[in-house]
Design a binder for this molecule. Structure first.
Ligand code: FAD
Length: 396
């Protein structure tokens, strides 16, 4: 079904070499120090992997999402944090800006990403997680500016990212218009403050922080409005988010594939009862199940990456793929740790880090439950409102 082109095989092999070399050798220290891996970012820039999906006319390589997914898996096998940086350097906010943005917006953002900036996407708030459209961050139009106020949290890259795509309720002439997104650049736009850093379980080299907007003035020409207009703004912006979802699923896959590779090697060298543990059939069957689960997730992610209209993956395929990949990653990393016995539980080996790194993907970017809600709606061909009065309102 998927024959990679010679160019794609080349990308995969050269990225594998980089990832299995210096990136892998730094992964434990990135986790221990909890510091953003700027040296890895520099290597990504030199290899042309930041902004590779930006169209050629804007200075990128015009690569496809499948190309990016191949890179992300290889990076995440070695270092989940670096895998996520590649995702956000190609598939999240930058994808939305390249698709919906004006020339002025793209010209402002693309050079920053190509130089190594990992944009931050600011949707979640303390009172609006899964119910993202209940967000209270507000953008009030005043002449040729918007004034933004609100608090976001769990923002990946808070304090290291320069480009921020900030989602807010838009108010014009005293009336709510819908949800829009605003391009803000840390260091250029005043009124953005980085708040508390979350002491996260995994992927510790990436800061997850509060980002606070206090009367931040954004020029009206930095408002990102999808073609459907503001009234359907959130839906349009979420279409762009499907690429990020495929990317996140691929990081989960990569982390799990890295754990699986490590376990296979270990089983051949570790001996008990006078023979390598790889000879025990119960463990062989665990490996077989891990193999099938990873290959299924990979195929669904690749299919999702190649799907869709308007340059973004199909929402259903992206949700199915991310759900499968994220839950597979939790199981496979835990099984890989189990295959190592006590050695897997030690911080001397990467297994415990991989278990922690894999854990976020059933939460961030749409929880497994919210993805199931979306998939069920498609399967049943019906709306699945989540508010208490949702079904009664539909019945009217
Ligand atoms: P809640 O919405 O409070 O959910 C709590 C539980 O209830 C979950 O199990 C959920 O699945 C379940 N639940 C809620 N509603 C329903 C329902 N209707 N049906 C069934 N179950 C339901 N956000 C950003 O904007 N930008 C980022 O860069 C970003 N990065 C993140 C990085 C990490 C590591 C993590 C963990 C989160 C990140 N997030 C980010 C936030 C993430 O998108 C939210 O955590 C997620 O949307 C869930 O919101 P919540 O945590 O408030 O959980």
């Amino acid at each position: 079904m998927f024959d990679l082109t010679p160019e794609q095989q080349l990308i995969r092999n050269s990225v594998r070499e980089l990832a299995q070399g210096v990136i892998k050798s730094r992964a434990a220290e990135v986790d221990r120090s909890e510091e953003y891996p700027w040296e890895n970012v520099q290597l990504l820039v030199e290899a042309g992997l930041m902004g590779m999906c930006i169209p050629k006319k804007h200075g990128g390589a015009g690569a496809s999402y499948l190309d990016a997914v191949l890179v992300v898996e290889e990076m995440a096998k070695a270092c989940g944090v670096t895998g996520r940086i590649v995702v956000e350097g190609n598939m999240g906010a930058i994808g939305a800006i390249c698709a919906y943005g004006s020339k002025k917006q793209i010209d402002r953002v693309a050079p920053l990403v190509l130089a190594g900036d990992k944009p931050a996407i600011c949707i979640t708030e303390p009172g609006a997680g899964s119910a993202a459209t209940s967000m209270s961050t507000i953008a009030v139009k005043k002449k040729d500016k918007y004034i933004l106020n609100g608090v976001k949290h769990w923002i990946t890259g808070g304090g290291v990212s320069r480009v921020h795509l900030v989602f807010a309720q838009v108010v014009e002439n005293g009336e709510r218009q819908g949800i829009g997104a605003f391009i803000a650049v840390r260091g250029e736009d005043e009124g953005m403050r980085i708040g508390r850093r979350e002491p996260a379980m995994g992927l510790r080299g990436l800061p997850e922080t509060e980002v606070i907007f206090e009367n931040m003035e954004i020029s009206a020409d930095m408002a990102l409005v999808p073609p459907q207009g503001l009234r359907r703004g959130f839906g349009g912006l979420m279409d762009a988010y499907n690429a990020q979802r495929v990317g996140a699923g691929t990081v989960a896959l990569g982390v799990a594939a890295g754990a699986y590779d490590t376990a296979k090697e270990y089983m051949k060298t570790r001996e008990q009862f006078g023979r390598p543990i790889a000879e025990f059939q119960g463990l062989q069957w665990m490996i077989a199940d891990m193999d099938v689960a990873l290959e299924s997730a990979r195929l669904m992610l690749w299919r999702a990456a190649c799907s869709g209209k308007n340059g973004f993956p199909d929402p259903l395929l992206a949700a199915q793929a991310k759900l499968l990949a994220s839950e597979t990653a939790v199981k496979v990393t835990n099984d890989a740790l189990q295959l190592h016995g006590a050695a897997g539980y030690s911080r001397d080996l990467p297994l415990e880090r991989m278990v922690r790194d894999a854990r976020m993907f059933t939460i961030g970017g749409g929880t497994a439950q919210m993805l199931r809600n979306l998939i069920a709606g498609h399967a049943l061909d019906m709306k699945t409102p989540q508010t208490r009065d949702g079904y009664s309102r539909l019945a009217k």
